[in-house]
Ligand binder design. Structure first.
Ligand SMILES: [Zn+2]
Length: 610
């Protein structure tokens, strides 16, 4: 181990947390959960001694005790809903299902909305999944997973992380992933930025190997994404696969004696788990499971047959192993939550036929972000083998390294050396940004961010214009605009209007462009800021004139400069115009070309005659 690495490790809380993880605590959790007799989701909700309700209350108390050590950052809630019969075969009557959810809020404003979820399921079953009376100790499946989650929560709660971590024990897994499905659907509805999910399920019996299951092709892949993948590959590089690689690398760093074994599939044959509903919602997720499952001790009535003990009993768990599983989870979660976000909108540019590889992406906003790293490997290699730090620029050209012969990725690195998972690029047909992303401006990071936003804005619109009847492209454009406006609002609040003197001409124009697509209310809000910018020479007068027209048309008034066109159906003509005879004079006064010239360019873009 070299000196730099030693210093880095000493500066993080991770070794201390791993040291505090305790096999005896894990054992106590497993034995207490087993003591409730059964935790079948259909069992008693209110018996204080037996059934899932007793287990739920005990877990709720445990998390609340842990939250007391968090300085107010951890909150605990019971996420309860009534599942009606019909959707799940194993739910035969209206059934109350409760997830116990402890949220440790992040402390960095730029990262707090980025969420990591770690989960185990506290329900259990005997041979029959709908038998609520039989003993179902569920020591391995899945008191072991819940024990790992509680240990992670216990050692992490006193520490501060940039991003938010959710520690969760779910119910209804054995009835068909009922609790986790509800949680994942709620997350999607609330538009959460859920960056990764781990499920720990059957992690009680092993020695020094833990399997991590990850899918290569996303469950949520769209037809368009599939088409691109068939063309240029990437079947081994979905976000969940990148997450699994990340976990393996972190575990190697902090637990060199313990092996995290990558399994290239979503889950085992004939089985599924609580990560799957997250994958269905488009969130990266992986499953941890012991390496050699013993089916005599899963989903079996407790009994002795031909001198063989059946049933999921605590004597078949190894509590030291569960502690190591908790260590893997904790090291990975802490690294993720202390690192900057994965680079977004990472693209490989494909316009040029060249043996160089051009990559571009959006800049990271975190104050502790330090630099980017390019990673690459041979197309037949299973994991990233080479990495190169490249500074803060949001583009990179790999000279004499063909995109046809290598796989590339980008990750972000914090000042303290915490790395994000790798973002795998999608191909985009465009030239490398003409605007250099370096140069002397007061806010270079903001400039890079605005340029990246402007590129995305134009890229999606070009695709939409080419395929105007496509509702998916319309929706994609709407979502991008919404995101951009939210960010531009924050930028204005922090810096004021981002004009030429702050971010350079290209980025200033991109900020203006985003405001144009941000809706009536936002445009009205920003119009006075733009006017002030024009007066300072920070924004061209023509840009301001276009914005004026836009708000007038939106307000049902005639436009002044003729910048707004009706492109419905076969039409391409100016919308109602005030005093049309003198429009070119007004246009000239603010630096705009004659209306006929403008119409020609615009209507050509829409593939129509003026
Ligand atoms: Zn299970």
């Amino acid at each position: 181990m070299n000196l730099a690495l030693v210093l880095l490790l000493a500066a993080t809380p991770i070794p201390q947390m791993l040291h505090q993880i305790d096999a005896h605590h894990a054992e106590k959790t497993v034995r207490t959960l087993v003591s409730f007799g059964t935790r079948n989701t259909l069992s008693s909700q209110d018996d204080p001694k037996r059934g899932i309700g007793a287990a739920r209350e005990w877990l709720y108390q445990q998390f609340q005790e842990i939250a007391k050590t968090s300085g107010g950052r951890m909150t605990v809630e019971l996420q309860t809903f009534e599942q009606q019969p019909g959707k799940y075969q194993r739910i035969t009557k209206p059934t109350k299902v409760t997830n116990v959810v402890a949220t440790l809020r992040g402390t960095q404003p730029e990262s707090v909305e980025r969420i990591y979820v770690i989960s185990g399921h506290y329900d259990s079953m005997c041979t029959s999944p709908t038998d609520a009376q039989c003993d179902a100790p569920g020591a391995d499946d899945d008191a072991s997973g819940v024990a790992a989650v509680l240990e992670s929560a216990r050692v992490m709660a006193p520490h501060k992380f940039n991003a938010t971590i959710v520690f969760m024990a779910v119910a209804g897994e054995e009835q068909g992933l009922v609790g986790s499905t509800y949680f994942a659907e709620q997350a999607k509805q609330k538009n959460w930025n859920l960056d990764a999910m781990f499920t720990n399920d059957i992690v009680g019996n092993g020695t020094n190997t833990l399997r991590v299951f990850s899918e290569g092709i996303p469950t949520s892949e769209t037809a368009e994404e599939a088409r691109i993948r068939r063309t240029v590959g990437g079947e081994n590089d979905g976000p969940s696969r990148q997450l699994a690689r990340y976990i393996v690398a972190v575990a190697k760093q902090y637990l060199p004696e313990f092996r995290v074994w990558m399994i290239y599939r979503r889950d085992r044959y004939l089985r599924s788990g609580d990560h799957v509903p997250f994958l269905e919602q488009g969130y990266p997720a992986v499953r941890f499971t012991e390496p050699n499952e013993d089916y005599r001790h899963q989903h079996q009535n407790v009994r002795v047959e031909n001198a063989v003990q059946y049933g999921d009993l605590p004597e078949f768990d190894r509590f030291g192993y569960i502690a190591n599983v908790a260590r893997v989870n904790t090291a990975a979660l802490a690294s993720l939550a202390l690192a900057p976000a994965r680079p977004k909108e990472v693209h490989i540019l494909t316009t040029r036929l060249t043996n160089d590889t051009d990559l571009e992406w959006q800049s990271n906003p975190e104050p502790d972000f330090d630099h980017y790293e390019i990673v690459w490997r041979d197309t037949t290699e299973p994991a990233w083998t080479r990495a190169k730090p490249i500074g803060r620029e949001t583009k990179y050209t790999a000279k004499e390294m063909s995109k046809d012969n290598h796989l590339f990725g980008v990750r972000s690195v914090s000042r303290d050396g915490f790395k994000s998972p790798v973002s795998y690029p999608t191909p985009v047909r465009r030239q490398p940004s003409a605007q250099p992303t370096t140069g002397e401006v007061p806010q270079p990071a903001l400039r890079d961010e605005l340029i990246a936003m402007g590129t995305v804005d134009q890229e999606v619109r070009k695709r939409w214009i080419a395929d105007q009847a496509n509702p998916a492209l319309k929706e994609e454009t709407r979502l991008i605009d919404e995101k951009h406006v939210a960010r531009l609002r924050e930028i204005i609040k922090e810096y004021g209007w981002p004009g030429k003197s702050m971010v350079g001409p290209k980025a200033a124009n991109d900020a203006w462009l985003i405001a144009q697509h941000g809706g009536k209310e936002f445009l009205h809000e920003t119009l006075p800021l733009m006017k002030a910018a024009v007066e300072k020479g920070d924004l061209p007068g023509g840009s301001y004139a276009l914005s004026v027209d836009r708000t007038r048309i939106q307000d049902g008034l005639k436009q002044i400069y003729g910048s707004q066109f009706d492109t419905k159906g076969d039409k391409c003509e100016p919308l109602p115009l005030e005093d049309p005879e003198h429009v070119d004079e007004r246009r000239k006064a603010v630096g705009l070309e004659p209306l006929a010239d403008y119409a020609k360019v615009l209507c050509e873009l829409y593939k129509k005659k003026p």
